[in-house]
Design a protein around this ligand. Structure first.
Ligand code: 13P
Length: 251
């Protein structure tokens, strides 16, 4: 049985007091449940304080991106070494907003997945199609390509430990959720693709999340699907009560 992973991606929201308040309200309430994992994906300036506040709780902490190099002349960037040193456990890679606005490519995502494993960080690798690609029937080929390139060169064990987030771009922040059938169909395809590049046993272990307008009202139906093992949530993860409801749905 795969565990459910609920991750709240705050994106570029909150100031420090709000971030701390959220964690104070949430961290102690995340259940100790081997079947559900709760993660906040916070902006860089808040990570150290949140890691500190979540020690001895079940709330995990992720960065929203990182560089693949360990150090060097990359002004403004944050390295995997820094995140590991801070005690961050997960890192979101290849979010569609990073791909669209910051030149993230399948090649850089692949370098970053390797860097994540070299620094004991669990990568949450985002894939997903645009509306144009969906309408042109290119969804399956597109996500297959993204997943294959992102995971290139990883060991089967590393692939098994990777979290994939399927986020159709047209469903992000739009209020339009893929129907649970539509979302499950793509997640099942992703699992098949992973089975082809590793082994069916490895693919069975991979946590595949859905993301795109997930909220307390639709999460249960999504999580009830055969191949959806959690959610990467933007807007509905910003309020502590709604985030806790999403986590609760995974228990
Ligand atoms: P929304 O939940 O706001 O649609 O955002 C989804 C997302 O991009 C999470 O990474």
């Amino acid at each position: 049985m795969r565990k459910k992973v609920i991750a709240g991606n705050w994106k570029m929201n909150k100031i420090a007091t709000e971030a701390n308040e959220f964690v104070d309200e949430v961290a102690a309430k995340v259940p100790e449940d081997k079947q559900v994992e709760a993660i906040v994906c916070a902006p860089f300036p808040f990570l150290a304080a949140i890691v500190d506040k979540t020690k001895n709780t079940n709330l995990k902490v992720a960065a929203q991106t990182m560089h693949y190099e360990e150090s060097g002349a990359f002004t403004g960037e944050v390295s995997p070494t820094m995140l590991e040193d801070l005690g961050v456990s997960h890192v979101v890679l290849g979010h569609s907003e990073r791909r669209e606005y910051y030149n993230e490519t399948d090649e850089t995502v692949n370098k970053k997945t390797h860097a994540a494993f070299n620094h004991h960080l669990v990568p949450i690798v985002c894939v997903g199609e645009t509306l144009e690609q969906r309408e042109a029937n290119e969804t399956m080929d597109h996500v297959e390509n993204q997943v294959t390139k992102a995971l290139k060169g990883l060991s089967n064990q590393q692939v098994a430990d990777t979290i994939i987030a399927y986020e159709p771009i047209w469903a992000i922040g739009t209020g339009k959720t893929a129907t649970s059938d539509e979302a499950n169909e793509v997640c099942a395809h992703i699992r098949q693709v992973i089975g082809k590049i590793t082994s069916p046993e490895t693919a069975e272990k991979v946590v595949i999340q859905y993301g795109g307008s997930v909220k307390p009202a639709n999460i249960e139906e999504l999580l009830a699907q055969s191949d959806i093992d959690g959610a990467l949530v933007g807007g509905a993860s910003l309020k502590s009560d709604s985030f806790l409801q999403l986590v609760e749905a995974g228990t």
